[in-house]
Design a protein around this ligand. Structure first.
Ligand code: ATP
Length: 503
């Protein structure tokens, strides 16, 4: 990943820290380890919106089951999954300053090309030598590459049972599968989803929330019968939808319909094309413009050994192309392995009595990277400075409510409006301090899409002025219609111009 010369990344960090969107954890203590981040009221509000949108658009719409699994799991789970043996990154130490770094990343940055982390360590050593890769901190010479296991161990009780923090949320989903079959009448194809924490001992956490030790994932694992990979309800709705894809070995992005992806054998079946289309639609609606997103087809050398097909969903940010979602065809690997190690029956019997171990299509998205990518795509420069032009559905608050001045009954009227909106389940900030221009600017900075101002006429006419953040356009709306109008603007992303025409 490369930093953009114009300092866009630094601007995002500055605004994020100043507005307490995200900032280093335990910052009041010196020497707090890097790789941990806190999210203030604004950041947490945006995260909630991202997760809520994912839940609504993917989990609910696709009739998935959502669970919440424990984050600490016994070592036996990770023996089964193979993490204890093979979840390791190639690392290298500087012989001068003694700092450790990811070997694959240092080489990637030097040669400006993606170097698979799965390359043999001897090969990485060779590349370091060939390309004269040095320590990014002190230019010192690098030592030999070695493997470093990324599992974070925890101690529970007196330590009798070895336990780890989960490195990916999906393991709980696999472990829950047989229970869902028995108790929730799960019928294939069916997704089980989960949002929650994941922990990886990243040797050089950096680029803020995009590579942290503790982070959150929104995972959806779709279980299906591989013989029925082409039987997916809803495919016709997306069959002509164009998916932006960078094919293996090509350097030009192509836009290929879901139907064509299947017909040309680019993906293993309709179910996969369907979920690639739905994933693109959901992240696009969250605020990632189409021209900044792509699915990158990942080759055999780079993808996990158990994956039959991998398409990383990436977004072009100030850090370069950033992977937000791993889309993997995990086959029956996980259920089989957990079945073998635990002795549990992980099979599924369909309505015809056929017993199978289902295959899995995984959509593993990072909450924090999604937040970062949205902020990056939405950062704009206005007359009053930088602001985040967030989609109303993702913005931390739907609106801000301002009495024009602190007298003549305006604050009381504004409070009445605030209550009406809160009763209608809208989120908002109320602000009566400073000039109205300053208040607009403060709301804009954190991405609030609409400001509602109450002036002298509002009291007479029972109305408010709505100002749209991006255009600065204003329109008066009756208080009695406010909830309805805001619902259209926020939930249906209605064009602001249509409201003024209605007037
Ligand atoms: P990378 O190659 O960038 O390290 P990965 O391929 O190891 O990522 P996955 O294991 O596929 O990542 O995890 C799925 C998603 O979880 C990623 O696409 C990303 O959004 C998120 N994620 C993974 N590691 C981190 C991290 N250290 N910090 C923040 N988010 C992460």
């Amino acid at each position: 990943m490369k930093k953009e010369a114009n300092g866009r990344y630094e601007k995002i960090l500055e605004l994020a820290t100043r507005k307490s969107i995200f900032y280093p954890s335990a910052e009041v203590y010196p020497n707090s380890p890097s790789g941990f981040w806190d999210f203030g009221p604004v950041g947490q509000a945006i995260r909630r919106k991202i997760v809520g949108f994912w839940r609504h658009e993917l989990v609910y719409r696709e009739d998935m089951m959502e669970i919440h699994g424990a984050q600490i799991l016994p070592a036996s789970v990770f023996e089964g999954s193979g993490h204890l043996k093979s979840f390791a990154d190639p690392i290298v130490q500087c012989t001068k300053c003694k700092k450790y770094e990811r070997a694959d990343r240092l080489i990637s940055e030097k040669i400006n090309e993606n170097v698979p982390e799965s390359l043999a360590i001897e090969k990485l050593d060779e590349m370091i030598k060939k390309h004269k890769v040095r320590c990014p901190k002190c230019e010192g010479e690098l030592g030999k590459v070695s493997k470093f296991n990324m599992m974070v161990e925890t101690i529970i009780g007196r330590g009798e049972t070895k336990t780890f923090l989960r490195p990916e949320a999906c393991q709980s989903i696999f472990l829950n599968f047989p229970r869902m079959v028995k108790t929730m009448r799960l019928k294939l194809p069916c997704g089980i989803a989960q949002e929650g924490g994941a922990f990886r001992n990243e040797i050089s956490p950096r680029q803020s929330i995009t590579r942290a030790i503790e982070f959150s994932q929104m995972e959806a694992e779709v279980f299906f019968d591989p013989e029925k990979i082409n039987e997916i309800e809803g495919f016709d709705e997306v069959k002509n939808y164009k998916i932006r894809i960078l094919r293996l070995g090509k350097d030009k992005l192509e836009e290929i319909s879901a139907d064509k992806l299947v017909k040309e054998g680019i993906v293993p079946g309709k179910l996969i094309a369907y979920y690639l289309a739905r994933t693109q639609q959901v992240w696009n609606r969250m605020g990632i413009p189409l021209e900044k997103l792509r699915f990158r087809e990942v080759g055999k050398d780079e993808r996990a050994f158990y994956s039959l097909a991998t398409f990383d969903f990436e977004v072009e940010t100030s850090l370069g192309w950033l992977e937000l979602i791993a889309n993997n065809y995990r086959t029956d690997y996980d259920l089989k392995k957990h079945g073998e190690h635990s002795g549990a029956d992980m099979s599924y019997v369909d309505e015809d009595g056929k017993k199978i171990i289902p295959h899995i299509w995984e959509i593993s998205a990072g909450v924090d990277r999604t937040l970062f990518a949205i902020l990056d795509c939405c950062l704009k420069e206005g007359k009053e400075g930088l602001y985040f032009s967030l989609k109303p559905i993702i913005a931390p608050y739907h609106c801000a409510v301002f009495p024009l001045v602190k007298k003549d009954g305006m604050p009381e009227f504004a409070k009445k409006v605030e209550k009406i909106l809160k009763d209608g389940w809208f989120d908002m900030i109320y602000d009566e301090s400073g000039s109205i221009g300053r208040r607009y600017a403060r709301a804009d900075e954190i991405g609030v899409p609409f400001c509602l101002t109450i002036d002298g006429d509002s009291l007479k006419n029972e109305d408010v002025t709505i100002r749209e953040r991006d255009s600065g356009k204003q329109v008066r709306v009756k208080v009695s219609e406010l909830r309805h109008v805001l619902r259209d603007l926020v939930t249906h992303d209605m064009d602001f111009g249509k409201i003024s025409k209605k007037e």
